[in-house]
Design a protein around this ligand. Structure first.
Ligand code: ATP
Length: 288
């Protein structure tokens, strides 16, 4: 199964990418239950495992390149409000790859030490080494999202950060990191359902945080802050992808495919060994 369905999936990059011009994407108008390039959520669940072999193969090539003289890496930035499914992306998408080649980092409220530095300090320290795929569960974007909505810093401070982020990401890309930025967007109703489910189930209570309701009360402010992020930081070198996330299966498939596309674009081969294969074969044969 799946050839045609997989071919249709090739349109996902264009379908979900946010163009560089401000106003290119209208967050308020998007259908968060949509499944672009896929028939429905059930189909998405069937398709994702079909991408696993290629993803693992390309990851291994990248890792091998990094172990020789390669300088390239990939960084997946995962953003989204509470319940958007960030954790599920990390578990299920990153779970399709070899943990050895991954560098997974989550960013919570800055520690006292982190607060002593520029907001990008902790991000720089967490960047993937050559050959690795970094996954950021939240990121430097919190510094123009929660910091803006909760007024943690003065407006002129967060205002200046959009340009700082763009400059930072341009440098990263120039130094060999392919950046894939995904914003998982659930509808207000779906967020309500997911929070209510957490409070109803003993095995989900640990995921609930009373501050989730406070964040929900500022829904509109967060949407406006996300819209500003999309307007000001979706650069051609590192565009944003907005993922309709009411279906977890769809969101996971979409992110898997975007990551796969990023790896494909690197045109990864296998490194040439720095030893003579024939000589080594002969040496090995003598040890039989
Ligand atoms: P999640 O909600 O992502 O599952 P969590 O509830 O387990 O995570 P943490 O990962 O410890 O909590 O922290 C997430 C919280 O940290 C979020 O409320 C987020 O807004 C906040 N946070 C992240 N980065 C910053 C930042 N730069 N400044 C202020 N708060 C931040």
């Amino acid at each position: 199964m799946g050839r045609k369905k997989l071919a249709r999936l090739d349109g996902i990059d264009d379908a979900l990418r946010v163009g560089p011009e401000p106003g290119a994407f209208d967050l308020a108008g998007m259908d968060r239950a949509a499944t672009p390039c896929v028939k429905d959520a059930a189909t998405a669940a069937e398709l994702r495992p079909l991408l696993g072999d290629e993803l693992a193969d390309l990851q291994e090539r990248l890792y091998a390149e990094g172990r020789t003289d390669g300088t390239r890496s990939v960084l997946l930035v995962v953003q989204g409000l509470d319940t958007a499914g960030k954790g599920g992306i990390v578990r299920h998408v990153a779970g399709m790859m070899d943990p050895q080649g991954l560098a997974i980092r989550s960013f919570g409220v800055p520690t006292p030490e982190e607060r002593e530095h520029d907001f990008l300090w902790r991000i720089r320290r967490a960047l993937p080494a050559p050959g690795r795929i970094g996954v950021f569960d939240r990121s430097h974007y919190e510094d123009v999202l929660v910091a803006r909505v909760k007024e943690l810093v003065a407006p002129e401070v967060w205002e200046a950060r959009y340009d700082e982020i763009v400059a930072f990401e341009r440098d990263l890309v120039a130094a060999g990191t392919t950046i894939v930025k995904v914003a998982l967007m659930v509808s207000r109703d779906e967020q309500y359902k997911r929070l209510a489910a957490r409070l109803d189930r003993p095995d989900k209570l640990w995921k609930y945080n009373p501050s989730d309701v406070d964040t929900r009360l500022q829904w509109d402010e967060y949407q406006a802050a996300y819209q500003a992020v999309l307007d000001r930081t979706s650069i051609p070198e590192a565009p944003w992808y907005v993922i309709p996330a009411d279906s977890k299966d769809y969101a996971r498939l979409a992110v898997t495919k975007l990551l796969l596309d990023a790896l494909r674009s690197l045109d990864l081969g296998w490194p040439t060994p720095d030893y003579d294969v024939d000589v080594e074969k002969a040496r090995l044969a003598k040890t039989r």
